[in-house]
Design a protein around this ligand. Structure first.
Ligand SMILES: [Zn+2]
Length: 353
């Protein structure tokens, strides 16, 4: 189950055709019986004729039909995407051709659009990146290069080497001691999040519609000098488990290792954030004093906003001195809910909204 932002926020996002809310809610129009994505380009109805749903299923069960312009049913990450990803992970070849997609009852064009929307790459590019990620792991695990090339479904050594070097910026040889950033997706009651991990720990956790995501990817590449590839690791598994417990109200502290390189000042601010206990908040001014820079609350706010590991490095626990919420990259409604969840202590998020 998923929670919804406040109605006035959804109304504003729907009127503005704000694509960053796609997947967060669906807008249904009583007068036409049609439901849309927030970003639908069609003319917007009067606010009093609109109702909101968290899922396509809810809108369909309420009797609405999918809009033919924005195709909301095609734009959610449904069961078939999970099945497709599971199938990709189970096969050694990590390649599914158009014919196979059709045999699975999937339209290749729809698959391509879905992956472009959710992962920022076509299905073809995703498969390729996933294949290279697997090859990287197997070389690191000590497997012979010849076997790896063959297992990855490449026809030739040169083709494999070229593709590998393009993604990892190094030849398969030195990769044996190397690292990369594995990216995966985590479902939460507040919407999907993208997560990343290196050997040292989790290095990214962001709500997927956050506009800063592309910038965060670039910063990660620069900070770690590593390639980003879709993949799973023990850190990401642990993150999923701990986040599930957090939203269920049974976890107050996270134990999964974190990796968060930054400038000296950013590191200081983020370390300070990690010291704010669950259920408490600090003002930007207090945080500035804590890092020994009283008066630098604006700079502290900026460093706070550059946090790449939402929830675990609890930047949501920093609020305005007057009690206002301040800002939040993942949307203020999420900040408010996170704080309510932590204050409620021991209740599930879904029970307090
Ligand atoms: Zn529409």
């Amino acid at each position: 189950m998923q929670v919804l932002p406040p109605v006035n926020e959804m109304q504003r996002a729907f009127l503005a055709s704000d694509a960053s809310y796609n997947g967060v809610f669906y807008a249904a129009v009583r007068t036409t019986g049609i439901f849309c994505l927030p970003a639908c380009p069609a003319r917007k109805p009067l606010p009093e004729n609109v109702e909101f749903f968290a899922t396509v299923k809810d809108a369909l069960f309420a009797g609405y039909r999918a809009c033919k312009r924005c195709c909301p049913t095609e734009s959610t990450a449904p069961e078939w995407v999970r099945e497709l990803l599971a199938r990709l992970d189970a096969s050694t070849d990590v390649r599914i051709r158009e014919g196979e997609l059709r045999e699975m009852g999937l339209d290749p064009g729809r698959v391509r659009r879905q992956f472009l929307r959710d992962y920022g790459m076509t299905f073809h590019a995703y498969c390729r990146a996933r294949r290279l990620g697997k090859a990287f792991e197997s070389i690191r695990g000590g497997k012979a290069l010849d076997d790896t090339v063959f297992d990855s479904g490449f026809d030739s050594h040169s083709g494999f080497r070229a593709a590998f070097a393009r993604v990892f910026g190094t030849s398969p040889g030195p990769a044996r001691d190397g690292d990369c950033i594995r990216l995966s997706w985590v479902q939460t009651p507040m919407g999907p999040m993208v997560a990343g991990a290196v050997d040292a720990g989790v290095c990214l956790l962001e709500f997927t519609e956050r506009r800063m995501l592309e910038v965060q990817f670039d910063t990660l590449r620069q900070r770690f000098h590593l390639a980003l590839v879709p993949g799973e690791t023990a850190h990401l598994e642990q993150l999923r488990t701990e986040l599930g417990e957090y939203f269920a109200g049974t976890r107050r502290e996270f134990t999964v290792p974190l990796a968060y390189p930054g400038t000296a000042f950013e590191r200081e601010v983020w370390t300070c954030l990690l010291g704010i206990p669950h259920g408490e908040t600090r003002s930007y001014e207090e945080l500035a004093r804590a890092v020994g820079r009283p008066g630098a609350s604006r700079a502290v706010g900026t460093a706070n906003g550059r946090n790449r590991i939402a929830i675990l490095i609890p930047c949501h626990r920093v609020v305005n001195k007057n009690g206002g919420l301040g800002g939040y990259g993942g949307g203020l409604w999420r900040k408010r809910l996170l704080l309510e969840l932590e204050k409620a202590g021991g209740q599930r998020l879904l029970d307090i909204v």
